[in-house]
Write a protein that binds this ligand. Structure first.
Ligand code: ADP
Ligand code: ZN
Length: 708
């Protein structure tokens, strides 16, 4: 059995070896047993049912909660030459009948379905007349009422056990916690399932958490070394999402906003672009989450603090599904804590629930102020022991210095106490530093015994200290919404001098981005960049031809291996991980050609235009685009006009003209009868006001409109 599985792995998927528990899981299911699979994101869950589906007779039925996920999987299988289909409500009746017919003729190996579809009586009756190889229930945690992804339809999947007693069932999830696990077993009637638990470590992710100082500048420093990489930037509020997306675009990082306040179509459109294009940054609230199966998300950056470690783990986990190096980066500050605590205080729900949430937030804060290995701390929270420090997080790499903060902490706490437990950090710091200002005087705070006792620390150091006191639970923020600090019970021993306090020393301001390094992705070295881009652009071209996302053609890992191992023949190519028989036949030669052309491959006109369109859509101005693409503005305008004519861009996306001016230009073109006048005829009206290049674009838009 395993021999056969191994052969399928190589021939169909192009991989050499199973990872982790894959082999054992596949054997269990292929032999007809049930399985519960807990594996982190990127662990390779899909193969756990896809390989058994190919080993067993009959149709494998896969339950998946989201259309986007299904489509991605079907496209991937299709590229591998495995007959798979997804039935969803978007399909026309004809198409559905056609699929049913192909299933009856045994032409399909895998059928993807939404749960509500599967449990329709007609569907169940249809399936009962067929030979079913297995049921796979993906994202099985959706059955849990406690989880954040609860789907009531999942509750009905329990009946599969009784309706199809002979058919093996495999439930899969990346959610670690025990309660959810037991709920899955109970609700899906998986009592006899063998459990396969993997480590939840994501070794390829580098964790870094830094104190928020100038967040945008800090983010730019982080992104500077990751140009051309796709990533997600999480923010708490919709407003901030929009602002940050705009800011990044203006800085030359193509970015799109995503939050629940955007119209559905726009959200879907942005998501689709994020999947299909390379190097886009999605700036999002947590509404952007499940269903993001894009394997080459290179980083997840948090500009605001997640509300729990569960959320942090899940959100950062969207980086690096493909196993290649990826980054989880976060900047956090006291303001985040204040905000989250206020949100919690104002939320509905009983006190018990709020207490639980508060504990979760505390655990998140503890990770931020952690002085040991971040990964050890993160995994420990999920009851997993990592014996050694990981060597792959900021604390391990940079080292953490601590200092004895006992005395200053007591001064800070007494400043809170003596001023009446109602002022925010700014004012408290002023008291400690002995600032002579109006607010101090109006409250008579220059009379306090703590006034001016803290001159040995800088303002920044005091702010850090207050943040750390809150993070450690020694001080608390008022929940009335003004960000005032008060003492908490647990600060007493410190105030009484019974304990000492060691705190994390703030790292020196993060180093400036490597100077001189030109924009490069985090994956490839400078000297590899040209070939890498050539491989990527071939992949993009093929992806466009096939109407699939680029990673469906080949994942980055495969492209990277091609780049590094430099196959010269089709036989060499067959040895590259991720190149199965079907893809070798379809694409092998084309990629060999690129590799042999080596660095000589030029950026084609098509690529340039593709990039230009992405940049323009992301809101960049022509000047910014010219800088980004390293070409003249004139060229940019010419390409914009072309893209507008081809209706790939709207005028609004291409240019940012004042409305009145735009109307004036349009009126000038539309003045006469018949044909649109040429630019030369209209130009004199706008001499010195509007460059000809802009007129070309407006004309192109009018023309495109008339051809509709
Ligand atoms: P999950 O669903 O657990 O997040 P996927 O099934 O999407 O993970 O797999 C993640 C990536 O790892 C995919 O690109 C997949 O092709 C790849 N992969 C899975 N198993 C193997 C393997 N045994 N060898 C090499 N690559 C693998
Ligand atoms: Zn570490």
């Amino acid at each position: 059995m395993l021999d056969q599985a191994q052969r399928i792995l190589k021939d169909v998927f192009g991989y050499d070896a199973f990872r982790g528990n894959q082999a054992a899981i596949i054997e269990r299911v292929a032999r007809g047993g049930d399985a519960l699979v807990l594996m982190p994101t990127g662990g390779g869950k899909s193969l756990c049912y896809q390989v058994p589906a190919l080993l067993r007779d009959g149709l494998a039925v896969v339950v998946s909660p989201l259309i986007a996920l299904m489509e991605d999987q079907v496209a991937t299988l299709d590229e591998l030459g495995v007959p798979a289909v997804a039935l969803n409500s978007m399909l026309e009746a004809d198409a559905q009948r056609d699929i049913a017919e192909r299933i009856r003729r045994n032409e399909i190996k895998l059928l993807y379905l939404a749960p509500e579809r599967l449990v329709q009586p007609r569907m169940l009756a249809f399936l009962q007349r067929l030979n079913i190889a297995l049921f796979a229930i993906d994202e099985a945690h959706c059955v849990s009422q406690w989880g954040h992804d609860f789907r009531p339809e999942y509750l009905q999947l329990g009946q599969l056990a009784e309706l199809f007693p002979e058919v093996p069932r495999i439930a899969l999830t990346a959610t670690a916690d025990k309660r959810t696990r037991e709920e899955i077993v109970r609700r899906l009637h998986l009592q006899d399932a063998e459990r396969f638990l993997s480590s939840f470590d994501r070794p390829n992710i580098f964790y870094r958490i830094l104190p928020k100082d100038q967040p945008r500048k800090q983010l730019m420093g982080f992104l500077a070394e990751r140009r051309g990489d796709a990533g997600i930037v999480y923010c708490l509020s919709r407003k901030k999402v929009e602002e940050v997306a705009e800011f990044l675009s203006a800085q030359g990082f193509p970015a799109l906003p995503y939050h629940a306040g955007l119209p559905n179509e726009l959200r879907a459109y942005h998501q689709k672009r994020f999947l299909n294009e390379e190097g886009l940054i999605m700036v999002a609230t947590i509404a952007f989450g499940m269903g993001i199966d894009k394997p080459n998300v290179r980083f997840v950056a948090h500009l605001d603090l997640p509300k729990s470690l569960e959320a942090y783990y899940q959100e950062t986990g969207r980086a690096g599904r493909d196993g290649l190096p990826a980054d989880a980066w976060m900047a956090y500050g006291l303001q985040d804590v204040v905000f989250l605590k206020q949100m919690l205080a104002n939320s509905e729900g009983d006190e018990q629930h709020k207490r639980v949430e508060l504990h979760k937030l505390d655990a998140m804060l503890a990770l931020c102020e952690e002085t040991r290995c971040r990964r050890q701390a993160l995994l420990a929270y999920f009851d997993e022991v990592l014996a050694e420090p990981c060597g792959h997080c900021d604390n391990c790499v940079d080292g953490v210095q601590t200092w004895d903060a006992t005395e200053p902490a007591r001064q800070a706490l007494s400043a809170i106490y003596r001023s009446g437990q109602r002022y925010g950090v700014g004012h408290l710091v002023d008291i400690l530093l002995g600032k002579d200002n109006e607010k101090i005087r109006s409250f008579g705070h220059q009379q306090l015994s703590v006034f001016g006792v803290g001159k040995t620390l800088s303002e920044g150091e005091w702010r850090t200290l207050f943040r750390q006191l809150v993070a450690r639970g020694l001080a608390d923020v008022d929940l009335e919404g003004y960000g005032g600090l008060r003492l908490s019970e647990s600060c007493r021993p410190l105030l009484r001098g019974e304990v000492r306090l060691e705190l994390r020393r703030e790292p020196a301001a993060s180093k400036a981005p490597r100077s001189g390094a030109s924009p490069a992705s985090s994956l490839v070295r400078q000297e590899e960049r040209e070939t890498w881009e050539a491989l990527r652009s071939l992949r993009r071209k093929l992806a466009e031809e096939h109407g699939v996302p680029p990673y469906v053609i080949f994942p980055d890992a495969t492209l990277l291996e091609m780049l590094r191992s430099g196959p010269r023949t089709l036989a060499d190519m067959a040895g590259v991980s991720g190149v199965g028989a079907r893809k070798l036949e379809r694409y092998g030669q084309a990629f060999l050609d690129v590799l042999q052309g080596g660095a000589k491959v030029e950026r084609s006109a098509g690529d340039l235009r593709h990039e230009l369109i992405s940049l323009a859509r992301s809101g960049m101005t022509p000047t910014q685009i010219a800088r980004q693409l390293d070409c003249t503005e004139k060229n940019v305008y010419a390409m914009l006009a072309e893209a507008i004519s081809a209706q790939q861009l709207s005028l609004e996306q291409a240019l940012d003209l004042p409305e009145a001016l735009l109307e004036e230009i349009q009126a000038a073109f539309l003045d006469g009868e018949g044909e649109l006048p040429g630019v030369a005829e209209v130009a004199p009206l706008f001499t010195g006001r509007v460059p000809d290049a802009v007129l070309y674009c407006v004309r192109a838009a009018l023309q495109a409109e008339f051809e509709l």
